[in-house]
Design a protein around this ligand. Structure first.
Ligand code: GYE
Length: 341
């Protein structure tokens, strides 16, 4: 099994461990020169409690690093980062801890959509704005200030449209097309939205069969395991929709181990989401067809929102990030060069 995520995980573990040890100083230390940091009106560091959901993928590592690199003391912030290790319970504890610590802002990347009401209500009662970054919650919108992240339904729909065009170009529009999906964490807005979006296009095609959908937990190992099972269960799979890159990497390994081929240089069509740098290598070698971008660099976006709130402005409630896609027909070497994650 190729595990390109490991190096990133290691860096991230070191980074997060170091950050934990750096502790919770608040009173303005670390601001080197006037004008360099963006402090609150009172001139002190702005304290931001960030509840990150875990470290399951390349995307997530890049997302955590974006926060760590943005919310520095030099930039005027004191970042309290709690990694929930894929457990909502830990995220709820983190939010409550941030409320007790009386942070200035709480940022949450919610692992699943439901179950947030009382923790968010506590933050609201304490007068602490909550910014949802990356994933959405299923809660009253008065309980959070805003959401910044991907439009997952749109990503899923675009993936469906891409498949429709691809099959047309291949002269396969009338063929029976057997599809399987490796889904992300059950209940996560990224998984729900991508599933719904793709289903919207699938509905328009009587000849597309969704044979099965499996939970690959957004990880490479689980993606590989579920793909192995799917290959054993179904003889004729035409398309695999992988709801993130790490599951796609696992699926490619499982397909090869089963003696089958995939990507534009093989048989099975592989559709993925995220478009992390490692995925460009798969597209270049010809084992993944297409990747729908989901940008993880939310640190600067959240900082901008915080600065607007500090200035007393109101911010847009839903802030979707502009996203594109990359496929095997493009100049992938060139597109890969500009990517930092
Ligand atoms: O696709 C996946 C990560 O919520 C958009 O979570 C995010 C998803 C992303 O683990 O790689």
């Amino acid at each position: 099994m190729r595990s390109r995520v490991k190096k990133g995980l290691l860096i991230s573990a070191l980074l997060l461990a170091g950050l934990g040890a750096a502790g919770c100083g608040r009173e303005g230390e670390g601001l080197s020169a006037a004008g360099q940091g963006e402090t609150s009106a009172a001139g002190r560091l702005i304290t931001v409690g960030f509840s990150q959901l875990g470290s399951e993928s390349d995307w997530r590592i890049a997302n955590s690093e974006s926060f760590v690199n943005t919310f520095t003391r030099e930039n005027g912030y004191d970042l309290l980062l709690e990694n929930a290790q894929q457990k909502q319970e830990n995220q709820l504890k983190a939010i409550r801890k941030f409320v007790l610590q009386d942070v200035d802002y709480i940022v949450v990347a919610p692992i699943v959509e439901s179950g947030w009401d009382s923790a968010l209500q506590e933050a609201k009662n304490a007068g602490i704005p909550v910014i949802l970054a990356d994933r959405m919650v299923d809660a009253d919108e008065s309980l959070y200030t805003c959401y910044v992240g991907g439009n997952f339904v749109k990503e899923g729909e675009e993936a469906g449209r891409w498949l429709e065009n691809y099959l047309k170009e291949q002269g396969r529009s009338e063929e029976t097309i057997n599809i399987v999906t490796l889904q992300g964490t059950p209940g996560a807005s990224a998984a729900i939205g991508r599933t719904e979006g793709f289903a919207n296009i699938l509905e328009e095609h009587d000849n597309w069969n969704m044979l099965d959908m499996r939970n690959g937990e957004f990880t490479q190992a689980k993606g590989e395991e579920e793909m192995e099972d799917l290959l054993a269960a179904y003889e004729d799979i035409d398309v695999v929709v992988c709801q993130n890159d790490n599951m796609a990497f696992g699926a490619v390994d499982a397909i090869h181990a089963a003696g089958k081929t995939c990507g534009p240089k093989g048989d099975i069509v592989i559709i993925s989401f995220d478009a992390v740098k490692a995925a460009f290598d798969y597209m270049i070698e010809g084992t993944i067809h297409v990747d729908f971008e989901c940008n993880p660099l939310h640190g600067p976006r959240v900082a901008e929102i915080i600065q607007e709130l500090e200035a007393g402005k109101t911010v847009d409630k839903i802030q979707y990030v502009d996203e594109t896609y990359f496929d095997y027909t493009m100049d992938l070497e060139k597109l890969k060069e500009g990517r930092t994650y």
